[in-house]
Design a protein around this ligand. Sequence first.
Ligand code: ADE
Length: 225
Amino acid sequence: MRFDIITVLPSLLESPFAHSILQRAQKKGISEIHVHNLRDYAINKQKSVDDYPYGGGSGMVMQIEPFALCIEKLQSERDYDEIIYMTPDGTTLNQEIANDLSTKKNIIILCGHYKGIDQRIRDIFVTKEISIGDYVLSGGELPAAIVVDAIVRLIPGVLSDETSALSDSFQDGLLDAPIYTRPAEWRGHRVPDILLSGNEAKINEWRDEQQLARTRERRPDLLND
Ligand code: ADE
């Protein structure tokens, strides 16, 4: 699976993909992440990619031409399944969206800055608009990294134990059960006896109950859905 991320801050996206699971996925050739500097497509000598908003108002707006040039260059090289714009007014990311995107082959992600991007980019090129939550960040780079992480870990072969992505919180619409590791007792705090019993059926039953109880307590909205 290939991601092309278009940004004015490429260095901000170096670290998130250079560690752990995301790094391993690239080394195994399962995912490719290409970061493009929007300023390379600027149409003026100053390499600026933003301008004042028509109609006045505060903040700068990212221009259509640099994004169009970069997107069209990529599209001339391969077909893309989605062009995603990271924006607080998009659809809120959830596991279902991540699952769906993990089945795609090539995805472009646009990172906005300042006041946002010219609406015509959204109208003409963008196929999906995604928010990572109801708060505003200073740019779309960190949200883009979150979207890529949520997708890549779902691609078969990325996680060593493939079932572990399936047992994530949210995959079955419920939060995860509590988990423990050694020691069985730490400063008087004991791991629940059931987990030490070796009785797999009982353990699964306990985990199901815990998942339900935790979801009911913390995210009753998931049960209503
Ligand atoms: N850009 C700024 N804030 C954002 C958010 N919450 N989600 C996605 N992109 C953003």
